[in-house]
Write a protein that binds this ligand. Structure first.
Ligand code: SF4
Ligand code: SF4
Length: 369
């Protein structure tokens, strides 16, 4: 099922995370997708073959688009009643007030927030335009959401600066009341990868994952779900995971910029351009473009290591944005060894026992990169 992430305010953001992959683009200019473009987007989305359409309203910071923008979203959804619309907003929570929270609650939005672990680890990278800490303000927004019975999932980015604090990051999130947690290993796709001071090595990520797993076992709380653990636990039962990163479904994930331009996943930068909602009237038009067909073919190429790997049918060479060319020039998943190592670790650690976990892979993280 295809998913669309819509950058309704382009890269415009009210904070300046030090690692942000949008740093190569303009984060200062106040832009919002026009209502005319939004209307074209709905014509395009309505052409998707699937009955349920999940739209991820994104940015920059999507709340900067304002409440009026979202009321147009609802108007258009009611105009295209033949589809089941599912709205997801990924926010830094800084702008959440009672009015936003009530709106999200009343209209059944799924909300994800970005909090990078404990107050200390969060504030080491997630700073505002003036360079000040953002944790308290972001958590104030989270509390307002909870007050309105919205219990957001959390995406936590892990960088070289924070990777040593796995236990602290997980406990920080759990103690702050989060139950649905996803960790993203930061790997810079924006600018100079080799000079990147934030990207994790394969070994660092493996150590982090093991520490998260051990901390989670000690917690012994089946209501706490960690995407990386749920995904790997599903694999240990030979089941496919839900997250694209663990599933090989990049070709189903698209970004629409506020200009109407369509790209593959945000993590892949903007070097591959599929076209625009101004010229591609239907989803099938997009599927038929030579750019899309060539790109789709290129991402399913497997290096020799994957071809011989017992996890290949589950892993599919990992996240496309996290691949680097091997000696034969075929890109291999950068975190391949941590994937193999973490799988082995869990298998040995559990010794075939079931863990006290329902492996539900909560709805929020389905397909969220
Ligand atoms: S674990 Fe490594 S070798 Fe196996 S499929 Fe994934 S990326 Fe390829
Ligand atoms: S696997 Fe990676 S590149 Fe592919 S859709 Fe997911 S996050 Fe994006």
């Amino acid at each position: 099922m295809s998913s669309f992430q819509v950058k309704i305010v382009g890269d415009f953001c009210n904070i300046r995370c030090t690692y942000c992959r949008n740093r190569d683009f303009d984060q200062d200019t106040n832009v919002v997708m026009s209502i005319e473009k939004l209307e074209k987007l709905f014509v395009f989305l309505n052409s998707l073959p699937q009955a349920q359409i999940r739209t991820n309203w994104h940015g920059g910071e999507p709340l900067l688009a304002g409440k009026r923008f979202f009321s147009h979203v609802l108007r258009l959804e009611s105009q295209y009643q033949q589809k089941m619309w599912r709205n997801v907003v990924q926010t830094n929570a800084m702008l959440v007030d009672d009015e936003w929270a009530k709106f999200f609650h009343d209209n059944n939005f799924l909300i994800g927030v970005s909090i990078d672990g404990s107050e200390k680890t969060h504030n080491s990278d997630r700073i505002n335009v003036a360079g000040r800490d953002t944790y308290k303000e972001a958590m104030r927004g989270v509390e307002i959401l909870r007050h309105h019975d919205i219990f957001p999932g959390v995406i936590c980015t892990v960088t070289k600066k924070t990777v040593r604090y796995a236990e602290e990051m997980l406990l920080g999130l759990v103690n702050a009341g989060f139950k649905d947690i996803a960790f993203n290993a930061f790997y810079n796709t924006a600018s100079d990868c080799n000079g990147d001071t934030y990207g994790l090595t394969d070994k660092e990520w493996l150590t982090f994952l093991i520490e998260i797993f051990e901390t989670w076992l000690t917690l012994n709380d089946p209501t706490v779900h960690v995407r990386e653990l749920d995904s790997m636990l599903a694999w240990t039962k030979s089941k496919s995971a839900n997250s694209c990163v663990y599933k090989g479904t990049c070709h189903q994930w698209f970004v629409v910029d506020y200009t109407g331009d369509i790209y593959p996943c945000e993590r892949l930068g903007r070097t591959t351009h599929f076209g625009s909602i101004d010229t591609l009237r239907t989803f099938q038009d997009l599927m038929d473009t030579p750019v899309f067909l060539n790109w789709k073919e290129s991402i399913v190429q497997l290096p020799k290591k994957c071809q011989a790997c017992s996890l290949q049918s589950l892993c599919h060479n990992g996240c496309v944005s996290h691949r680097t060319a091997d000696e034969e020039g075929v890109p291999l998943y950068t975190y391949c060894e941590s994937r193999l190592g973490f799988y082995d670790y869990i298998m040995r650690r559990l010794g075939g026992k079931e863990v006290n976990n329902h492996v539900t892979q909560k709805q929020f993280f389905v397909g969220i990169p």
